[in-house]
Design a protein around this ligand. Sequence first.
Ligand code: SF4
Length: 381
Amino acid sequence: MKDLGLYIHIPFCVKKCNYCDFYSLGCVADEGIERYIDCLCLHIGMEGKNYSNRRVDSVFFGGGTPSILSVEQIKKILNAIRHSFHLTEDCEITIEANPGTLTEEKAESYKSLGINRVSIGLQSASDSELRMLGRIHTFEDFQESYRLLSLAGIDNISVDIMYALPNQKTDDFIKTVDKVCEFSPEHISAYCLKIEENTYFYKIKDTLSLPDEDEQYKMYISLCDRLEKMGYEQYEISNFAKSGKRSKHNMKYWLSLDYLGFGPASHSCIEGGRYSYSESIEEYEKSLEDGNEPKKIPEADTPLTRDEIIDEFVMLRLRLSDGVNVKEFEERFEISFENRYKKISMYEKSGYICKKNGAYAFTPKGFFVSNYILSDILESI
Ligand code: SF4
């Protein structure tokens, strides 16, 4: 059996960013955070009993802003994990950290607690863009966080950036990319800003001047070119890594491998079955304090059909630059890939998809319109 991943959701932030629709609460009192951590530890203990035969090779503290937690709080959660699960020697332990919440003490403790990967949420190297996004930090804060982590000996750092921001031009975005590359992080994630409901940006969306699709395309293609020249492999639509530095944890999502989520709004996938917990910290805490497991909400009311399983496999694999390996697909599903997805050759001819090493994969320009191409390919079956 393949190793498990654990996702630990820390739903607290200093304040809510203008574009954010993740489940996170701004400005929670210390007692509230302590109570949540006690519940999280109870939950980890309960689930651990069900997986005593499985090893864990990745732990991911996501949020929210996990770096808001004190060293003692992180230690408590990690102790609960180590007590209840068997971590492999080379377990990847990642924490998301936001500039402005990281201190020298925290950086050093991460290292001593066995955290070996830190993902920094920068978003932009421009202070005016950061203010517009409602971020709590400046670029200088990011530089300081990076310095503290490096000094502490954390040698696997990822940086998150965003593009297609209001009023942003390709040149502005590329300045952010270049400034990030000066630090030479092991991994870079670059996401396109989406205006989601229930965000401040959604309320003022009519006043936002967003880059049009052509400008977004220029940003994306420039990003891919730039990072390729800087020695990064694009291994997923939005993710770039130096050799051997792909995110082990995130790969589990795209390969449909097993992972367990802890905390409200977290998701889990076990042997192909997906479920989540409700987006309510109150509900989550109440269940655990009453001695019950939080209610698991299945992602689908009925088990997926064989066709849905096959299409989901293809959709997830095509997010990766490794793509769909035809031999693996045909051995697994005992049908011909090219016969099922007849339109694939049309997109191959027009340069949106390429075939290499026996696998079909999107090219960078194909990644940019992958949602459209995927629905076209799947609808044509
Ligand atoms: S720091 Fe991250 S999780 Fe928190 S509000 Fe901002 S974008 Fe959302």
